[in-house]
Design a protein around this ligand. Sequence first.
Ligand code: SAH
Length: 348
Amino acid sequence: MVILQDFDLPQLTQYLTETFACQRFVGAQVYSWLVKGADFDQMTNVNKALREKLKENCIAQSAKIIHTATSKKDGTQKMLFRLADGNLVEGVLMKYNYGNTLCVSTQVGCRMGCKFCASTLDGLVRNLSAGEILGQVVAVNSLTTERNVTNVVLMGSGEPLDNYDNVVKFLRLLFDQNGLGFSQRNVSLSTCGLADKMKQFADEDLAVNMTLSLHSADPEKRAEIMPITKQWSIHQAVDALRYYFNKTKRRVIVEYTLIDGVNDSYGDALKLKQLLSGMSVHINLIRLNAVKERKLNATDTDTAKKFLSWLEKMGMSATLRRQMGADIDGACGQLRRRYINEKGATNE
Ligand code: SAH
């Protein structure tokens, strides 16, 4: 089956004219439906015989919302998407006063092995195609008549830079003026620190905001919770972040999840300051969303506040973020796991 959301307008037009001998204008018609999240039966201005052929050979909605959980605390919505082959990925829509941010997944599962993360418990199942990542944005956008999604963050399950080509293709589709036409400044990519890919990405013409998931400035501690540290050292990852900033002049952020007794002492704050000193970077602190399968606990609120004040006193720019949607399995991979555990299968 061909995923039509993988194509931009010229590619779609070429595909339809070559495969189904359509006239060129049909490409634009079908494309405008795909961007709206429509399925073939809704494409009323497209010839019925063609629609039937498309149904047999192609997929219009690459990610379908099959379950939504809404947080009573903050209105955060967690969505479960089903891909055409039955695999499940999740997304989170967070509501802020400046707009709605959708967190999308880039892989089914993940092979990075971070010790606190639920997405990686079963390893990597497969990469998502560009259209399957875009399909999540389109599906959520089409829930309301006005634009529902104003910002996109690549922070769902998966390591975006481990699915490099499809992620770059996705971003080009997302920014395409024929499509959703997002602006680069409204998009953020988060990575666990694949330093080579971070630099390669800096050299693309895609100046999105870059977040490095650091979680510890101590090499040994970080290697314990984030195995990627054995491949790319903390210094290589931070150098790559600096390279990204110098090249793009976009905001760079360090993500720091506070884990009880692991990375939340004064010494940890000091090491963080030493590592990042002289860099123009903002630190996002968040308390761990404890994952049932993992033995790690969140730092308590008081200690988290203390950690923030230590950083502030050291002259760092930092914020302690709310745990969005903690009551609805807000952390990466949690909802998918619960759904699979409860329903047994991904394919119904
Ligand atoms: N692979 C990418 C993006 C996915 S994870 C990355 O590592 O950045 C998005 C963010 O959520 C990362 O900072 C990740 O470390 C963090 N995260 C994962 N599980 C978490 C949990 N249980 N509690 C808090 N943050 C978590």
